[in-house]
Design a protein around this ligand. Structure first.
Ligand SMILES: Nc1ncnc2c1ncn2[C@@H]1O[C@H](COP(=O)(O)OP(=O)(O)OP(=O)(O)O)[C@@H](O)[C@H]1O
Ligand SMILES: [Mg+2]
Length: 393
């Protein structure tokens, strides 16, 4: 089986005006935020009107995009070179003027906004002040994923941008992004909460005494475990949210449909390491199963050697030879350099092997490689360097 991957040309994806949403996903720390920002900048500098939704960007990168506070509002990014060379515009005409906005997701604020838009002001205030709501909205596992999807839906409905680039939360598993919203939706209109508030609803009805008693027991046990104050919080929260039951699931389903719509493209990001590529494999298979449009894999932080023709073995052999001249300072330097080179070549070989294994398992998935930079990527120029890997070979 061929292990040469089809190449992924991100520039083609962003030049295609039918592409309206690009979702960058992958396991923790692989470069999702960096790639999302680089894709956004590249697209803006090629004439698209872009908004990048970032989740928890590193402080310096956020600052370089003009993001100084978590305020859930898209801000214009200054320093974007628009209307210059490299636009996607037609032949010979003026280059189209692109633009870039960026925002940081504030998951609690997004949750509050949903409550405010669904409940009348008194009820909304009651929900927002509820301690159970407060802890749910800021710490429930999956809230961040749900809110990222929610925000994506809002940005799409606002229809102010022709391309939305979405970064995804730093989940342990890339799949959490797809699963968590439904999990949260199920939780919010789910059985556990209904069970907890059931005694209050059932009381007064006849014929349900036995059931009522057993619910009473459940509540009693739960009260012991979580405390009566918390239980009361949950009960008032659920009663207040009653009008929204179903709403959450509907919203999750709307965004889910958006993710499957033509015009959406997923970029799976991985670094050339076994765990990240395993996650990328799972994610790829899952997208296929769910009928979600996978554009390809971005292999980030790939190491290349400028002297790739000198193999690790020959480099080490040369170092051995130089050992014979160990008195001289320059030979000591040479030995160190040759060993370092051998180490790099070994790393590059192992990265190539891992990439080949991925392609053997997923021969149809296009792949783009982004070289490892010597330093962190924290400004627009750094993003441009990353973006240079998006062109056709
Ligand atoms: N090609 C690259 N070369 C060098 N450094 C890189 C590269 N890509 C990303 N980085 C750096 O790696 C670190 C992690 O990147 P980033 O924050 O984009 O990952 P992430 O997948 O969003 O992480 P998290 O899962 O925590 O959200 C950052 O410091 C970033 O500057
Ligand atoms: Mg990130």
């Amino acid at each position: 089986m061929s292990t040469t991957p089809v190449s992924l040309v991100v520039d083609q994806l962003i030049a295609d005006r039918r592409t309206r949403i690009i979702v960058c996903c992958g396991s923790g720390g692989v470069g999702k935020t960096t790639i999302a920002a680089a894709v956004g900048l590249r697209a803006a500098e090629r004439g698209r009107h872009v908004v990048v939704l970032t989740v928890d960007p590193a402080r310096r990168l956020a600052q370089s995009m003009g993001l100084t506070s978590l305020d859930n509002t898209p801000r214009p990014v200054t320093g974007v070179r628009t209307g210059g060379t490299g636009g996607t515009g037609g032949t010979g005409g003026t280059q189209p003027l692109g633009s870039m906005h960026a925002m940081m997701l504030d998951m609690k604020r997004t949750f509050d906004e949903i409550v405010e838009s669904h409940a009348d002001p008194d009820r909304a205030a009651q929900i927002l002040a509820n301690p159970f709501y407060q802890s749910l909205s800021s710490s429930f596992a999956g809230t961040q994923e749900y809110m990222a999807m929610e925000k994506l839906g809002q940005l799409r409905r606002a229809d102010e941008w022709d391309l939305i680039v979405v970064d995804t939360p730093p989940s342990r598993s890339a799949l959490d992004f797809l699963d968590a919203p439904q999990r949260l939706g199920r939780f919010l209109d789910g059985r556990l909460l209904r069970l907890l508030v059931a005694p209050a609803r059932l009381s007064g009805r006849t014929g349900l005494k036995v059931l009522n008693a057993s619910f009473g027991m459940v509540t009693g046990v739960v009260t012991k475990i979580i405390g009566s104050q918390l239980l009361r919080d949950v009960q008032t929260f659920v009663s207040a949210m009653d009008t929204m039951f179903g709403g959450f699931r509907e919203r999750a389903e709307y965004t889910y449909r958006l993710l499957r719509a033509p015009g959406t493209a997923f970029l799976v990001i991985a670094v050339p390491e076994p765990d990240a590529l395993r996650e990328a494999s799972y994610f790829t298979e899952r997208l296929e199963r769910d009928g979600m449009p996978l554009a390809g894999l971005i292999l980030n932080r790939v190491h290349r050697s400028p002297a790739a023709r000198l193999s690790a073995a020959r480099s080490l052999a040369a170092a051995e030879t130089l050992q014979g001249f160990k008195d001289s300072e320059s030979s000591a330097l040479g030995i160190a350099a040759l060993r370092l080179h051998a180490e790099r070549m070994r790393q590059a070989d192992s990265e190539r092997r891992l990439a080949r294994r991925f392609t053997a398992a997923h021969p149809l998935v296009p792949v783009a490689q982004v070289p490892a930079q010597p330093d962190d990527v924290h400004d627009l120029n750094g993003l441009r360097v990353i973006g240079a890997a998006f062109k056709a070979d």
